[in-house]
Design a protein around this ligand. Structure first.
Ligand SMILES: Cc1ncc(COP(=O)(O)O)c(C=O)c1O
Length: 375
C-alpha cells in the first residue's frame, strides 16, 4: 500500500498537475527539517557545498538507489544534469551523431517533435522519421510493424509516454540491434523497465522522480563515437564526456533538486520499488478510464484504448465551455490542475507515483456527478 498522505497539518489539495507534480508528503516534511540543518551538519541543504562529504553521500546514494530500482547495467553511466529534458533533445544528437550519420525518430507527440527540431540542427546528419502519429492527432503509438527504420541509424529515438496527448508505449519497441534512445521524462520510475535494451535514457525529474531542476541521463559510453577532435568542438557543458569524467560534478550541480530526488528514490525503495508503483499506477488509471467509459456520450478519451497512458489521462467534454466549467468546479472541490496542456485544451489528469489513490477516487465521484448534472 502506497501511503497517501503524511500527517501534515497544512491544507493540501489533490494536485493533478503534469509537472512539476505532486511529491510524497513525507519527502517534503523531511526536506523541511533539513532546510535548517542537513543531519547534524548545522548547514541547511540549500546552503551546503556540492563538494561537502554530506552532499557526496547524497549523490552516491541517489545513484545507488536508482541503479537498484531500475536494474541499471554496470556498463551504463548515470548522470545528474541541468537544462531539463529539452537540453537532451540537443545533447543526444550533438554527442551521438558523426558526420554522415542518420538518426531515426519515432514521433508520437509534441515532445518528440521538439526532439526532431533540435536534431535537425546538427549539420551533415540525416534525420529520418521512422513513424509519426501526427495525422491521427497523436491518439496512439505505432506498432512495431509500422516502424520504418533505417538500415543502420546511429540510434532510434522515441518518447515512452506522451505527457500532452496521454498515450504511452506499453512495450519497448523492437528495433533489432539499433541503439535505442528514450525520453522517459513522464513515466520514469513508474514501472519496471528492461533498461538493458537502451543505449541512452533521459528524464526530467519533475514528474515521478523529484522537483524541476535535475535531469537524469543513463548512458552507455560506447555510443559516444565522436572523434577526439569532434568532441573537442562541443562546449564543455554539452559534452557527455565532461560529465562522465567529473561524475556530474564538473560545475555546481542542482544540489537541492538532487537532494529531493534522493529522498524520492529512498521513498520508492521503502514502498516496494517499481513493481509496487506499477500496480498503484494501474489501479488509479483504471479507475479514471472506467469513469470516462461509463459516460461515453459525455466524456471522450483522447487516446485509443491500447495506447492509453497510465500517467496522463486526457479526455474531452462535449464543449470547451463545459470543460472550463468542469475544471472550475473541480478546483473548488480540491481537485486541482485538471486543465489540458495549453496547446491542445481539453482535460488531463496526471496521476504520477506520489498521487494518492484517494485523489483518483474523488475525481471519479466528481466525474459521475458532473455528467449527471450536465449530460
Ligand atoms: C515527455 C517529455 N519530454 C520532455 C519534456 C520537456 O522537459 P523540460 O521542461 O524539463 O525540458 C517534457 C515536459 O513536460 C515531457 O513531458
Amino acid at each position: 500500500m502506497i501511503p497517501s498522505a503524511a500527517p501534515s497539518a497544512i491544507h493540501r489539495v489533490f494536485n493533478f498537475s503534469a509537472g512539476p507534480a505532486v511529491l510524497p508528503e513525507d519527502v517534503l516534511l523531511e526536506a523541511r527539517e533539513n532546510l535548517l540543518s542537513l543531519g547534524k551538519s548545522g548547514i541547511g541543504i540549500l546552503e551546503i557545498s556540492h563538494r561537502s562529504k554530506e552532499f557526496e553521500a547524497i549523490l552516491a546514494e541517489a545513484e545507488a538507489n536508482l541503479r537498484t530500482l531500475l536494474g541499471i547495467p554496470k556498463d551504463m553511466v548515470v548522470l545528474f544534469l541541468q537544462g531539463g529534458a529539452s537540453l537532451q533533445f540537443s545533447m543526444v544528437p550533438m554527442n551521438l551523431l558523426c558526420p554522415g550519420d542518420t538518426a531515426d525518430y519515432v514521433v508520437t507527440g509534441e515532445w518528440g517533435k521538439r526532439a526532431v527540431v533540435e536534431a535537425k540542427r546538427i549539420e551533415q546528419a540525416q534525420i529520418h522519421i521512422a513513424a509519426s502519429s501526427e495525422n491521427e492527432a497523436f491518439r496512439r503509438v505505432p506498432t512495431d510493424g509500422e516502424l520504418q527504420l533505417s538500415a543502420r541509424p546511429a540510434y532510434v529515438h522515441y518518447t515512452t509516454n506522451n505527457t500532452i496527448f496521454g498515450t504511452q508505449f506499453h512495450r519497448v519497441p523492437d528495433v533489432g540491434s539499433r541503439p535505442l534512445v528514450a525520453d522517459m521524462s513522464s513515466d520514469f520510475l513508474s514501472r519496471p523497465v528492461d533498461i538493458g535494451r537502451f543505449s541512452v535514457v533521459y528524464a526530467g525529474a519533475q514528474k515521478n522522480a523529484g522537483p524541476a531542476g535535475v535531469t537524469m541521463v543513463l548512458l552507455r559510453p560506447e555510443v559516444l563515437r565522436l572523434s577526439a577532435v569532434q568532441a573537442e568542438r562541443l562546449p564543455m557543458l554539452l559534452n557527455y564526456r565532461t560529465h562522465i569524467e567529473h561524475k556530474s560534478l564538473y560545475n555546481t550541480p542542482p544540489v537541492f533538486a538532487i537532494y529531493i530526488t534522493h529522498l524520492v528514490l529512498r521513498w520508492l525503495v521503502r514502498n516496494g520499488g517499481l513493481p509496487a508503483m506499477a500496480q498503484h499506477n494501474q489501479t488509479k488509471a483504471d479507475l479514471i478510464y472506467r469513469a470516462i467509459d461509463a459516460a461515453p456520450g459525455f466524456y471522450r478519451g483522447h487516446a485509443q484504448p491500447d495506447s492509453r497512458s497510465q500517467m496522463n489521462i486526457t479526455f474531452r467534454l462535449p464543449t470547451p465551455a463545459l470543460e472550463d466549467e468542469f475544471a472550475k468546479q473541480a478546483k473548488v472541490q480540491g481537485l486541482d490542475g485538471l486543465k489540458g496542456h495549453r496547446s491542445v485544451g481539453g482535460l488531463r489528469a496526471s496521476v504520477y507515483n506520489a498521487f494518492p489513490l484517494a485523489g483518483a477516487e474523488t475525481l471519479c465521484q466528481f466525474m459521475a456527478e458532473f455528467a449527471r448534472q450536465h449530460g
